[in-house]
Design a protein around this ligand. Structure first.
Ligand code: HEM
Length: 490
């Protein structure tokens, strides 16, 4: 690719993505695979996205373009006014929905905190408790009753409990399901889910004025959105208020809210925005990743065996150190290298954040020669990038954890985040990457050590449901059986 702006070809070299409405309608149910095919066949893997009569933006699966957008010319590609506006009712000015100084301020505090040992320890402790007291008993019950379990739902409830603990040290107990405090938690989770889905639904509205009118009249989806936002805000406001009224606001709490309260003179509304953004960011990304992971694994006994062997080896070394928890400690999790590679490989094929979109502030030419105009959007297509022969070679669609190790097979091969933008890249790269791996590896290790988990329909690729993350439509029905020859018990 020609990176020299003086000699690279002039702009507007791009290929139509949505050429005709019939094409779009025919392929709507397989949107990601269809757009992947189109990008694969474009010479530089970039295309123009059109709606009738109007060019709206560029979609790309080209790593040089991704580097340009997320790093080299970062300032030209913010989230943008439209994104901010559509999500403002729900997210306010939280990190996920802000640009410029407001974003920088939150990013600075958060990236410092995400690098502290104390936050990591807090995260490990929360995951361990959730696994020990809820996940393992739930899987045990499913294995005894031999019933079919929706694993995606279980993983989503796990992730929600977990991110709420991390964000403001509240346990909504969604994985406990049921009565008392858990019912309040479940209502909060449901309202959060509705608010996220309905807010993102505004992006799909062909005519923007339709949702604005519904909002003005307080009817239909906008009425439901308003109600769910009220529920979410009331829940968060209560916690923030009582924390602020507490005698010592700089208490020993390890959660993110306390850290933001201690460092800045932030208003209660801004603290709420901050907390809600973190919950959104950490809510259903890990559950999406693990749902696809468990589905893939169901038809790959060879990979399963290697993971189990590794877990048993690491568990044996834990026992020598008299480490008898249901989960694993930080050092042990680091030793689960093959598992790390298998999860990374699974997210290459099924990235939780399947596409990501930015706005273009000023006319620009991308490194592959594609021109982009002010006010267009630019989307990088993470799902397509995981399936490009030019990036991963001729076996790009195969699930092969081994590709993440060097020639000798021992050292994990790190990949450029611009070729593997599963966690984004550049200045706005995901802050929760390490925590996400801690959570995912802990869950898989604890579950696979004790149980055989198999998708009921392991040979049919599940239908995709695209919300903010890539989920499995209708959930992931699995059967759970006790694993024979378990080395330790919960
Ligand atoms: C497998 C799990 C995860 C994946 C694949 C993932 C992926 C991503 C991606 C693609 C973005 C960029 C989104 C954008 O353009 O706004 C992002 C941002 C972010 N993620 Fe994650 N994420 C994961 C888990 C988490 C967790 C568990 C947390 C919190 C504990 C978290 C915190 C954040 C935050 C705060 C941002 C915003 C960063 C910024 O705008 O400066 N993520 N993540």
């Amino acid at each position: 690719h020609n990176r020299n702006p003086k000699t690279r070809p002039p702009g507007f070299k791009a290929y139509p993505l949505v050429g005709s409405l019939p094409d779009f309608l025919l392929n709507r149910h397989r949107f990601l695979d269809w757009t992947t095919d189109v990008l694969r066949n474009c010479p530089t893997h970039s295309a123009v996205f059109r709606r009738p009569g109007k060019v709206h933006g560029i979609i790309t699966a080209n790593p040089d373009n991704v580097e340009h957008i997320l790093k080299t010319n970062f300032h030209n590609y913010p989230k943008g006014e439209r994104f901010n506006y559509l999500l403002r009712d729900f997210l306010g000015q939280g990190i996920f929905n802000s640009d410029g100084d407001l974003w920088k301020l939150q990013r600075k505090t958060a990236s410092y905190e995400f690098n502290t040992k104390s936050l990591r320890n807090f995260a490990i402790q929360n995951v361990t408790v959730e696994i020990q007291t809820r996940l393992i008993p739930l899987l045990q019950r499913a294995s005894k009753s031999e019933s079919v379990l929706d694993l995606q739902d279980v993983l989503e409830r796990f992730a929600f409990d977990n991110i709420c603990k991390l964000a403001f040290n509240v346990d909504p107990a969604c994985l406990d399901g049921g009565s008392g405090d858990a019912a309040v938690g479940a209502e909060f989770m449901r309202a959060f889910e509705d608010a996220a889905t309905l807010s993102s639904g505004r992006f799909m509205s062909v005519f923007g004025w339709v949702w604005e009118l519904k909002k003005f009249l307080n009817v239909g989806s906008e009425r439901k959105l308003r109600e769910s936002i009220c529920t979410v805000h009331a829940f968060a406001d209560n916690i923030i208020r009582s924390r602020m009224e507490a005698k010592d606001p700089h208490n020993d709490d390890m959660d993110l809210l306390s850290r933001f309260m201690a460092k800045e003179e932030n208003s209660p509304e801004f603290l709420r925005d901050i907390v809600i953004s973190f919950i959104l960011a950490g809510r259903d990304t890990t559950s999406s990743a693990l749902s696809w992971f468990f589905w893939i694994l169901s038809s790959r006994p060879d990979v399963k065996d290697k993971i189990i062997k590794e877990i048993e080896t690491v568990r044996a070394s834990c026992e020598k150190r008299d480490y008898g928890e249901a989960s694993f400690g930080y050092e042990e999790l680091k030793e689960l290298k093959y598992l790390h590679a298998a999860i990374t490989e699974s997210m290459r094929l099924y990235p939780p954040v399947h596409v990501d979109t930015m706005a273009c502030l000023n006319d620009d030419v991308l490194p592959d020669g594609t021109g982009i105009k002010k006010n267009w959007f630019v989307t990088y297509h993470t799902y397509a990038m995981g399936r490009m022969e030019s990036i991963w070679g001729s076996d790009c669609v195969e699930f092969k954890p081994e590709r993440w190790f060097d020639e000798e097979g021992g050292v994990f091969r790190t990949e450029s985040p611009f070729r593997y933008p599963v966690f984004h890249a550049g200045a706005r790269m995901c802050l929760g990457k390490e925590m996400a791996y801690i959570q995912m590896k802990s869950i898989v290790a604890a579950a696979m050590e004790r149980f055989e988990i198999d998708a009921v329909d392991k040979d049919t690729c599940p239908e995709q449901h695209m919300s903010l993350t890539l989920r499995i439509k209708g959930g992931l029905p699995v059967r759970v059986r006790p694993r024979e020859c378990v080395m330790s018990t919960a």
